[in-house]
Design a protein around this ligand. Structure first.
Ligand code: HEC
Length: 466
């Protein structure tokens, strides 16, 4: 789906701030920063059926990459300079990529590459997005070229898989898979569509996935095992929930790709959200039943609220002025959700989902979370809550909280997201290994999309494409 993205004020400002295209290039010169941040990730990336460049090139041939220490996720600047020197010797800077052994060696012979490479052929043609990044570096680029387009995608992480499924909402089919992230947990996208953020529970890292190559570009070390994550509306910060006691929120600065702060909070954090106005990051603890509200201007805990049981998914409604109105929150062992008023910091209502006649109740594998998926529609008029017990989503009107409908999703329905126009809602049915699309106007299932193992977290993202 080639959906033109409505430009927000921020995006329009960004357009004016963007340097002219010509300034991105310094012909005849090889740029170090571009090499470090854009080219080096290709040496670490896993291409299906191929060994990563780093596995051989700490030893083989004249292309010498610095070895990474155990648990080291990326090269330091000093190591990157050594890599830069080594690779530069295999490059003839300029427009003709066929003059650089660095580019011809791993390229398929049928696409103009060398006849043989001991490490095999990693790039089938000269349009390959990773090969283009390398060729642009050789041509003197100092920044990525502007993308051709931005599209809308639904990303479903597969909790028991090692991948995430990329769904095109125009066709409701999986159009790509993001691999090489074992136990992917939460997913969200950069507002400008340049990259996707996925928390990696096996490596304890925030993995940044390049939107145009769909490969991991960087892994940022976290202070502990992560769960969910959230990005601010301006795209500058990512907040990551640390699911280990004593509990914390890690703050990732996107521009520098650094973990800049570990904010102490009350309890190990399962889910973190940024409020609609981005003024607060809100983290919920299952262990201490506490909602932690962190001020994003100071990155300090502003206030907290203890609830009756563990904090599960949350979502927010906003006032006319954009400020947060209510927090809707699902709780451990409660089949429904509670409502917290953001200003008075008090629970003001609780809605329990009724049993559905004729529907078999499931109690196996609930992990104390009978209801585990919540979202407010983009127009602010409905609240969607999923029930693992009754395999349905319950839809309530806002602000009056009357149930206006139910829709069957499948076994163990989980997180909820929607297209930007609010016409279609998506939920992972963890027990069926499917993602289900529901039409918001008719409350009917319009697609059941096979994805990976145990699909849980889901997000709508914008993706830049070449
Ligand atoms: C399985 C091991 C292996 C992998 C993986 C591998 N290479 Fe190689 N590479 C070699 C060997 C062995 C040679 C030396 C023999 C030859 O020239 O093919 C070599 C040679 C090269 C050369 C020529 C260096 C020279 O001395 O002239 C380049 C350039 C190169 N590789 C780039 C890459 C890139 C880029 C990747 C990843 C996209 C990669 N290689 C992945 C094994 C590997």
């Amino acid at each position: 789906m080639r959906t033109p993205r409505p430009l927000s004020t921020l995006a329009i400002l960004a357009l004016f701030a963007a340097p002219p295209v010509l300034a991105q290039k310094a012909p005849g010169k090889l740029d170090f920063d571009y090499f470090m941040n854009e080219v080096q990730p290709i040496f670490l990336a896993k291409r299906e059926g191929s060994v990563r460049c780093i596995q051989c090139h700490t030893r083989s041939s004249n292309l010498r990459l610095q070895p990474l220490e155990e648990h080291q996720l990326f090269w330091t600047e000093e190591q990157s300079r050594k890599n830069f020197e080594s690779v530069s010797q295999l490059v003839l800077p300029g427009e003709n990529p066929m003059k650089s052994r660095f580019l011809t060696h791993p390229l398929a012979a049928s696409a103009g590459g060398d006849p043989f490479h001991g490490g095999g052929k990693h790039f089938r043609n000269q349009q390959d997005p990773e090969w283009r990044i390398m060729a642009d570096w050789v041509a003197g680029y100092t920044q990525r070229r502007p993308a051709a387009d931005t599209v809308v995608r639904i990303i479903q992480t597969n909790a028991a898989g090692d991948d995430a499924s990329v769904i095109d909402p125009a066709t409701n089919t999986v159009v790509a898979t993001i691999g090489d992230i074992e136990i992917p947990h939460g997913v969200t996208g950069a507002p400008d569509g340049s990259q996707i953020y996925i928390t990696n529970e096996s490596l304890h890292s925030l993995d940044i996935v390049d939107s145009r190559t769909l490969r991991v570009k960087r892994r940022i070390p976290l202070s502990g095992r992560p769960n969910n994550l959230a990005v601010t509306a301006d795209g500058s910060r990512v907040y990551v929930a640390i699911m280990e006691m004593p509990g914390a929120l890690d703050v990732i600065d996107v521009a520098s790709m650094q973990n800049i702060k570990t904010i102490p909070v009350d309890g190990a954090i399962h889910n973190v959200y940024v409020t609609p106005d981005s003024r607060y990051a809100v983290g919920g603890s299952i262990q201490t039943s506490t909602i932690n509200v962190v001020d994003t201007a100071t990155n300090k805990l502003a206030w907290k609220l203890k609830m009756s049981s563990g904090i599960r998914p949350m979502t927010f409604s906003k006032k006319a002025n954009g400020a947060t109105d209510k927090i809707f929150v699902q709780l451990s062992d409660f089949h429904g959700f509670a409502v917290v008023d953001f200003d008075t910091r008090k629970e003001v209502a609780r809605i329990e989902h009724p049993a559905i006649p004729g529907e078999v109740a499931h109690y196996d594998g609930l992990q104390a979370a009978p209801a585990h998926g919540l979202a407010v529609s983009p127009d602010g008029k409905t609240l969607w809550s999923t029930s693992k017990v009754y395999s349905h989503a319950y839809i309530h009107s806002l602000p009056d909280l009357q149930e206006i409908g139910r829709v069957f999703v499948g076994q163990h329905p989980e997180w909820v997201t929607f297209t930007p126009d609010g016409k279609t809602f998506y939920m992972g049915a963890a027990g069926d290994n499917t993602t289900v699309a529901v039409d918001a106007a008719t409350l009917t299932r319009v697609a059941t999309i096979p994805v990976g193992q145990v699909p849980k977290r889901i997000a709508m993202v914008y993706l830049q494409v070449d």
